[in-house]
Design a binder for this molecule. Structure first.
Ligand code: GLC
Length: 559
């Protein structure tokens, strides 16, 4: 029998809050901690167990809080440390744990450590960051391109050297080679654990180790810049840093960890999440949400096939079978809305949002729901570039426009890929501005809020929201849906996605129609239907975007 207590993070459902866009309480157009506190009752009704709170630390906000100026201070527009402690306390009273974003690959360039580091070459904190002189030709030390585009090195006049930044130039990378840096990060983690948080979502963790040879990277024409991943993503030696973190902080406190870990090859997944020897409880992998973005052809939207999508999820299920655990998700603050991308946000909005929900939620792992996903929030093709706020999207627009790319094409691409698609304010009600704020929202509210909002969803028995509540209840009440083994069915179908979960004598089957056509099944279903998204059933047909969740007892089937 599984030990329920130790495995609480396996049995939990996590809800991700992007605080800027969740709920404003003081009319400045920006979500805040008091706003979150006022919505805890809602989250409790929804049935979630854990909140992942995106960064609320003091920050100049170059990358919406992922550029931290002070780890021990709350961003003023979000509230105070008192509010934060109040949030932890009140969430606990609702039986909800809270995990925080741990952003430790980089800090803001306004962090006190960096201010010292940049002040002189012999400052004791100089090598807390990564500084290098330029080349003899007066160029950057290497040709690495940052994740947000442009060179990954920024020249600093004061000491006439360059510093490395994997993300924006206001996010200088910490030098993890330095024991004092690791020690300070670990101490900060301890401090937060002592404030009562239950764990961390570890940001961009696969970037912390850099190839210490700082090689020049190959490019097609041997000129220009090359994505820095090759020299700074999941590099040999990274596990030493992570094991140290596990041994010094994570293990003694038994906190929950979920790492954002792009670049971990599937063969290496168990180094990260093996129950005995791994470093984290689970990781986010991005194969399924990045199917439409091929790394070597940035800025082009690639169409995807259902078999690729299913494979992108299924292979991680197989690779972690019996030994590790996955974080299950369909969207987050860096991605577009899933119903718009993988479903049908027009005629079959409701059906396809529910189908997608059941498809990922009942796999083996811990399901994450991103705010608004539970009511089927959709993408919003912002009318003008001025409506975008995301540093990555704006940088992309600048870069592509400079290269002469057609304006309409850039806007089309952003409508399909921009991180801002997932950042429009939470749609609470039919009140003006969706009940998000009384002021001017920091980013436009999706104009479809009169149709898609929490208030109406609650009253409508058949809503996407109520389907999520059902899913959460079903998973909670059936151990097979948590611990059962996973096996894909219909792997070659371009229409149906599905799998089985087997646990003891129980077998659950999840079958999804990913198309807007009815599909006849090869054999009628014999199992008991436990959940579906369309009323009435036909046992040998899957209607457009229909999902059927069935249960069978294996003994009975064999008789
Ligand atoms: C992660 C965050 C993203 C941020 C980046 C840099 O990918 O999810 O929002 O821009 O790290 O911290």
């Amino acid at each position: 029998m599984e030990n329920r207590d130790i495995n609480w993070w396996k049995e939990s459902v996590v809800y991700q809050i992007y605080p800027r866009s969740f709920q404003d309480s003081d009319g400045d157009g920006i979500g805040d901690l008091r706003g979150i506190i006022s919505r805890l009752g809602y989250l409790c009704e929804l049935g979630i167990d854990v909140i992942w709170l995106c960064p609320v630390y003091d920050s100049p906000n170059d990358d919406n809080g992922y550029d931290i100026r002070d780890f021990y201070k709350i961003q003023e527009e979000y509230g105070s440390m008192e509010d934060m402690l109040e949030l932890i306390r009140q969430a606990e009273a609702y039986g909800i744990r809270l995990i925080m974003d741990l952003v430790a690959n980089h800090t803001s360039d306004e962090h006190a450590w960096f201010i010292e580091s940049r002040s002189s070459k012999d400052n004791p904190k100089r090598d807390w960051y990564i500084w290098k002189p330029g080349t003899e030709e007066g160029r950057e030390p290497t040709n690495w391109e940052s994740n947000f585009g442009g060179p990954a090195w920024e020249y600093d006049d004061n000491t006439q050297e360059y510093y490395l930044h994997c993300f924006s130039r206001k996010q200088p990378d910490l030098n993890w080679e330095k024991p004092e840096v690791r020690g300070s990060i670990f101490a900060m983690m301890e401090w937060w654990i002592n404030q009562g948080i239950a764990g961390f979502r570890v940001d961009a963790v696969t970037f912390i180790k850099k190839n210490q040879d700082f090689p020049q990277l190959k490019t097609a024409d041997n000129r220009g810049y090359a994505p820095l991943a090759e020299a700074s993503l999941n590099q040999p030696g990274i596990l030493d840093f992570l094991r140290e973190m596990r041994q010094k902080v994570l293990e003694p406190h038994e906190v929950m960890t979920v790492a954002e870990a792009p670049g971990v090859p599937i063969e290496q997944i168990l180094d990260y999440v093996d129950e005995r020897q791994g470093v984290f409880n689970m990781i986010f992998q991005f194969d399924h949400v990045d199917l439409d973005a091929k790394p070597l052809a940035k800025g082009i939207y690639h169409p995807w096939k259902l078999t690729d999508f299913k494979q992108a999820l299924s292979k991680w299920q197989t690779a972690t079978a019996g030994r590790g655990w996955m974080a299950l998700f369909m969207e987050n603050h860096d991605h577009v809305r899933s119903v718009s991308k993988f479903g049908n946000d027009g005629q079959y909005h409701r059906e396809s949002a529910k189908m997608l929900a059941a498809y990922y939620f009942l796999m083996r792992g811990t399901p994450f729901i991103y705010q608004g996903q539970e009511i089927g929030m959709t993408n919003y093709a912002f009318p003008a570039i001025e409506d975008y706020r995301d540093i990555e999207s704006l940088g992309f627009h600048r870069q592509q426009a400079a290269q002469g790319r057609n304006q309409a094409e850039i806007m089309d691409y952003l409508a399909l890929r921009s991180r801002d698609q997932g950042r429009t304010p939470m749609q609470w009600s039919t009140e003006p501005l969706a009940g998000f704020t009384q002021g001017v929202p920091w980013i436009k509210v999706n104009p479809n809020y009169p149709q898609i909002n929490v208030q109406q969803s609650f009253m409508d028995e058949d809503s996407i929201l109520n389907f999520y509540r059902e899913l959460i209840r079903l998973r909670r009440e059936n151990q097979a849906l948590i611990y059962g083994d996973y096996r894909e069915i219909y792997p070659d179908s371009e229409e149906i996605g599905g799998y089985e979960r087997v646990h003891g004598q129980e077998r659950w089957t999840v079958m999804c129609n990913f198309t807007d056509r009815s599909i006849r099944l090869s054999a009628p279903l014999e199992e008991e239907i436990m959940l579906s998204n369309i009323s009435g059933h036909d046992k040998d047909v899957l209607r457009p975007y229909e999902v059927l969740v069935c249960r069978a007892e294996l003994m009975k089937l064999r008789e």
